[in-house]
Structure formats: C-alpha cells, structure tokens
Design a protein around this ligand. Structure first.
Ligand SMILES: Nc1ncnc2c1ncn2[C@@H]1O[C@H](COP(=O)(O)OP(=O)(O)OP(=O)(O)O)[C@@H](O)[C@H]1O
Ligand SMILES: [Mg+2]
Length: 465
C-alpha cells in the first residue's frame, strides 16, 4: 500500500511518440513507469503492477479512458486517476471527474504540470495509506482485534473496512467459514465513532427459532408463559453501538420482516409489548451463504437483502491470500508457544511448503487450530511438517482434476447441494429454451413443469428470453 517509488505510475496512451515523451518526463524525476495502450492492457497493469497513480488518455483504440477509470476504481476506489484530454473536449474531462477522476490534464501536456499532478496524486495516496494505518493502530490501542495479513486482497478489504467504519451504513460481511468475519465486525466497530458504545453479537444460527425473537427484541413481563420479568433484547443492548447479526442467512422469514422494520424505522416493540422503542444501532451482518441464491429460493427476503447489502465486504478465502498463510502461521506459532510457555519456535521449510500447498477449507480458524496442535506436539524449537499433520487431511481441491473437482462444494452440505441444484436448474432451463427456440410453453412441457412454475423459475434465475 506504499506509494512510489516502489509502486509505479501507469501511463495509458495509444500514441507511441506521446507515450515516450511522457515516460521520459516522469523517469527524469525518478518515477517508475509502466505503460498500456488500451483499456484491456491498462486493466492487466493495474492488477499486476499496483500503480500508485493512473494517467490515462480519454480516447483509446480499444475501450476508453472512462472505462480505465471505472476499472481502476473497482480494483481500488482510492487509486488516483488523472485523465488526459484533447483541447476542446473539456466536457469529457468534467464527466470523468464526476466519475471519480482526481484531476485532468489538457493536451498538449505541459511537463511541469504533469509532474506536479503526479506528485500530488502520490502524496494524496500516501496520506490515505497512512491514515488507514494510523486508524488501525489507534483502534488496536483501544482494544480492537489485530488483523494479520498483507495480501493485496486483504489490504483492500481493510481499506473498505476503514471507509465503512466512518459511516453508519449497514455492512454485510461475506466469506467462507473461518475467514474472519467476526474479527472484521469487531474491528469495524472499534474503528467507528461508536467504538465507546457496546458491540453486541447474536448468532442467528445458534439460537432456536422460538427464542430468537425474544433474544433480538426482548419481552415484556407476562409476554408468554415463563416470562416472569421484562427482558431487554439485543437491539436495545446495542443502543449507541453496533449490533452484529452473525449467520444472517439462517434467519427465519418471519423474523426477517421484523428485523427489516427495525432497521428501517430504527424502532421496534418488545415481544408482548405495544410501545415502540427507539434505538440508535449500527447493523453489521455476516454470512457464509450465497444470499442472492437464498433470495432466488425465496428463503431470504429480497428487500432485506438489498437493505443489508448497502456496503458489502467480501473476505477472500485463505487459499487466495498467498503470503498471508505464512504470516498468520508465524503469528500463531508465536502466540501459542507463549501461551504454553515454550521456547521460540520456527517452521522448517518442509513445514512451510506443506502449509502453503494445503487448501484450507476451514480458512484461518483451521490454520490456527493446526498450529496450536503443532506447537503442543513440538518438543524442540523447530516445527516439522509431521507436527502439522496435514497429509492426513483431504488434498487441495486446487490440484484435483475430475470434473466434479471443478465444482465449488464449499460450505455446509446444504450450501453445496443448493449451489449445485440451482446451477443444474439454470442450465436445464436455458437448454430447454434454446431447444424450443424460446417457446416457453413447449420448453415447460418438455421439462414436465407447469407453465407458471416454469416462468417463475425463469424469473428466479433472472433469465430473459
Ligand atoms: N486476519 C486474521 N488475523 C488474525 N486472526 C484471524 C484473522 N482472521 C481470522 N482470525 C482468527 O481466526 C478465527 C476465526 O475467525 P472468525 O471467527 O472471525 O471467522 P468467521 O468468518 O466468523 O467464521 P464462521 O463463518 O465459521 O463463523 C478467530 O479466532 C480469529 O481471531
Ligand atoms: Mg463467525
């Protein structure tokens, strides 16, 4: 996340002579430069070289500068983009700035102006980076959990987290089991202006449906047999703080409606109560389910889904986080050997290789357990591959090669089955429509499905024909 000189300036310009001139100007001031001639090349460079600033022409032979701008913002919303535009098309530059460009340069480009702008962009970026780091440091000092890892994907997530923390927006944390959703939810709270208020968590999957409503909203005395006193719910307890709705995908439909109302109106009633209570609560929800698919299956309310996904943050699985595996492993080794009062320990190269080869279906939690076990087993000061006991575990799906190994079977049994049947259904629908030249009646009868059900399914899969 550091800015130049380690991270280059990306120059997107199709005219060779102009590109050479600009490169020369920048290199003369010790800026490293990478080049692209069109939108597609620019995207590759953004992903691979992680430029500190993007300088792009608005007109390109393939795609255009606005496309580059949007792609850059998608990869990293804070990446400064400067657009270059020919004299007479300032209007285009203005639209680019409306879409998030930092500034524009009129052609012919004045070298001093160019340098000034690039340096300003780099300074701005450095400040943003430092800001993120400072905020994290401050939050850690206030007891926020420490998030280990410096993989670019994870850093991007951390940046999103910091950005979301400053607002009261509802945040939806998505990610496989054990990727750190709860950890991120706590960090989000600690980074937010509500840090001094309570962080209240409720796991929607762990509490029986019958109790969930009173847990969330509380109850009045005599609301039901056994309700001897009045009990506040988690919504009330989280007043002026953050309410973490964990495993939101498991929330029963009836409660989904009630939660939606509570979020929208910032008020609710206790079970057995008639009086509306006002609360000031920031909602953070998490799930390892595919909520969009749950919506299509009518298991999750679409309106609640939209309300929750104002600010979705996806935490990548550990196997996609390259260097984080080793960094986390080293962190956990040190943590557990201290807890167990053991001497400092290192991992052998073979142990490191084994860690890096493994697919970690249980993500960070699994890695943490694996290292804890290894530290307990290890009697000297080096952890061997055998201490990790990874060979006995299923091999990485990444190296498997049957057609079934290409299918995403992660998550719970129900998740995997739903994902597979949903996809199979979609393919059958499309094939039937294709075979019958888009005639819905014939396609439905070929599949032996009623016409109305067929149309409903098309809608569920957002298939238009
Ligand atoms: N980046 C990280 N740095 C340090 N510890 C981490 C990191 N990510 C996860 N952990 C640790 O891994 C464990 C699992 O994380 P967490 O409970 O937040 O995952 P989760 O996504 O909520 O999992 P689940 O879906 O199973 O509820 C926790 O002990 C957490 O502290
Ligand atoms: Mg969790």
């Amino acid at each position: 996340m550091q800015a130049s000189p380690r991270f280059p300036v990306l120059l997107v310009e199709d005219r060779d002579s102009l590109r050479a001139m600009l490169r020369h100007t920048l290199e003369a001031q010790d800026h490293e430069v990478v080049e692209a001639r069109d939108q597609a090349e620019a995207l590759d460079r953004i992903r691979e070289d992680r430029p500190a600033v993007v300088l792009t022409d608005l007109r390109l032979p393939v795609g255009d500068g606005l496309g580059v701008l949007r792609a850059a913002k998608e990869v990293d919303p804070d990446l400064p983009v400067v657009v270059m535009t020919a004299y007479g098309s300032i209007q285009d530059a203005v639209s680019a700035m409306r879409e998030g460009a930092m500034d524009f340069l009129a052609k012919p480009v004045d070298p001093d102006h160019l340098l000034l702008m690039v340096e300003r962009a780099i300074a701005q970026r450095r400040m943003q980076t430092e800001n993120v780091l400072l905020k994290q440091e401050l939050a850690e000092r206030r007891g926020a959990p420490r998030i280990i890892g410096d993989d670019p994907h994870l850093r991007q997530v951390s940046q999103q987290l910091v950005r979301a923390a400053g607002t009261d927006a509802t945040v939806l944390l998505l990610g496989e089991s054990g990727t750190g959703k709860e950890l991120f939810a706590r960090a989000l709270h600690a980074l937010s202006p509500r840090a001094d208020g309570p962080f209240v968590a409720i796991n929607c999957a762990a509490i029986p449906d019958t109790l969930l409503e009173t847990e969330l909203f509380g109850h009045e005395k005599g609301a039901f047999t056994g309700a001897v006193g009045r009990k506040p719910g988690r919504f009330e307890l989280a007043h002026r703080g953050t309410l973490f709705l964990d495993e939101i995908g498991e929330l029963p439909l009836l409660l989904q409606a009630k939660i939606l109302r509570a979020i929208e109106q910032k008020s609710f009633e206790r079970v057995g109560g008639t009086q509306s209570l006002k609360v000031d609560v920031r909602i953070v929800a998490a799930t390892n389910r595919n909520l969009a698919a749950r919506v299509a299956e009518r298991q999750f309310r679409e309106d609640l889904y939209f309300r929750l996904s104002v600010f979705p943050i996806e935490i990548p699985p550990l196997r996609e986080r390259g260097t984080d595996i080793l960094m986390l492993a080293t962190h956990f080794v040190d943590k557990y050997r201290r807890e167990l009062n053991k001497t400092p320990m290192t991992l052998t190269q073979a142990a490191i290789d084994a860690l890096e080869r493994y697919a970690w279906p249980g993500n960070v939690r699994e890695l943490q357990n694996c290292i804890e076990r290894a530290v307990i087993l290890c009697e000297g000061d080096t952890i061997q591959a055998t201490h990790l006991n990874l060979a006995a575990l299923p091999p990485s799906p990444v190296v498997a090669d049957g057609p079934w190994d290409q299918i995403d079977l992660s998550g719970t049994l129900q998740d995997a089955l739903q994902r597979v049947t949903f996809e199979a259904e979609r393919r059958k629908l499309l094939a039937a429509l294709h075979e019958h030249a888009g005639d819905r009646t014939r396609a439905a009868s070929a599949l032996q499905v009623g016409y109305r059900a067929f149309v409903q399914k098309l809608r569920d899969h957002a298939i238009q024909n």
